[in-house]
Design a binder for this molecule. Structure first.
Ligand code: SF4
Length: 300
């Protein structure tokens, strides 16, 4: 298991480290490792608030602030233009676009870029775990100005290791983890990057959330005049068809478009913590990216 790295503090001296906290376990442990490596005086912890997290996330933020020894700062892109994450989807008539999720790009990527221009740092720490080495390489190449560091990779840690680390420290993780979701991303609505297995589980266990997102797909479809879905079918058979989109529930105007009920039951795939890099210039696509519905170019 991980050794504390206090010896490095004397070597590294005082640096300005921004560690991004997403509300998930990997970013929480990343923040803690930054404290151990650089010292608490050198660290700031920043949470990009979509106001769409599971209610247990509030307690997790408070518990982590205490555990880390400093309050986690909150910033948000919500305000005049977009009051809610639903506004982002509706005003853009979109859920996913070619380079990732529209909400992630709007409420996280753009916000972080704006924030980093106004704040000083020597490095920004991101909670990529050992399964995300290629994403880390991509981040270094495409976001050089962030001076990214990846403490979990330094210690070879997986998401499972992070769960154990928090459990050993007595920090209770947000409820969705305990309920088998493997992530805590935007659980108030459910995450649009969730994939077929995730949304099948959501339908079984949280039918109210499922219904609202199914209605959102239909609403966006009606506004846009063509199917807008979170998911698409990647089977070879589906690829041969004109449309391989998958609705959460049947849309009366598009009876030939499949729904998740037409797909074999599957378990949710692990999701990365949403820090605004959903599929953006990644060398590896996120595991659920193959199930996503891409609609055009993010920056066009
Ligand atoms: S966690 Fe999911 S729903 Fe929330 S901003 Fe990221 S991609 Fe969008």
């Amino acid at each position: 298991m991980v050794n504390h790295a206090k010896f490095m503090q004397t070597k590294i001296g005082k640096m300005k480290i921004i560690s991004w906290f997403s509300g998930g376990v990997t970013s929480a442990v990343t923040c803690k490792l930054c404290v151990e490596i650089y010292g608490i005086e050198s660290c700031r912890f920043v949470f990009m608030d979509t106001k769409n997290e599971h209610e247990s996330t509030e307690k997790f933020i408070d518990d982590c602030s205490e555990w880390l020894g400093k309050p986690i700062e909150r910033i948000t892109a919500l305000g005049d233009k977009y009051k809610t994450i639903q506004d982002v989807w509706i005003k853009n008539k979109s859920l996913n676009i070619a380079k990732g999720a529209i909400c992630s790009a709007t409420l996280k990527t753009k916000l972080r870029l704006k924030w980093q221009r106004r704040n000083e740092y020597d490095h920004q720490a991101f909670g990529f775990d050992i399964s995300e080495i290629n994403r880390a390489k991509s981040m270094v190449k495409s976001h050089e100005e962030a001076k990214p560091i990846f403490p979990l990779l330094m210690f070879g840690m997986s998401k499972k290791d992070c769960l154990k680390y928090l459990s050993d420290a007595g920090v209770q993780v947000p409820e969705p983890y305990a309920n088998g979701f493997g992530n805590n991303n935007c659980f108030k609505t459910g995450c649009i990057q969730g994939g077929i297995g995730y949304w099948q589980k959501m339908k079984r266990e949280h039918p109210d959330k499922f219904e609202k997102m199914a209605e959102m797909e239909h609403r966006l479809t009606d506004i846009k005049g063509e199917p807008v879905t979170m998911l698409k079918d990647q089977s070879n058979e589906a690829k041969l068809k004109k449309c391989n989109l998958v609705f959460l529930k049947k849309h009366p105007d598009y009876p030939s478009v499949l729904t998740i009920d037409d797909k074999k039951g599957r378990e949710p795939k692990p999701l990365m913590d949403c820090m605004g890099f959903c599929g953006i210039n990644d060398l590896d696509k996120p595991k659920t990216a193959e199930e996503l519905n891409f609609q055009g170019n993010l920056f066009k």
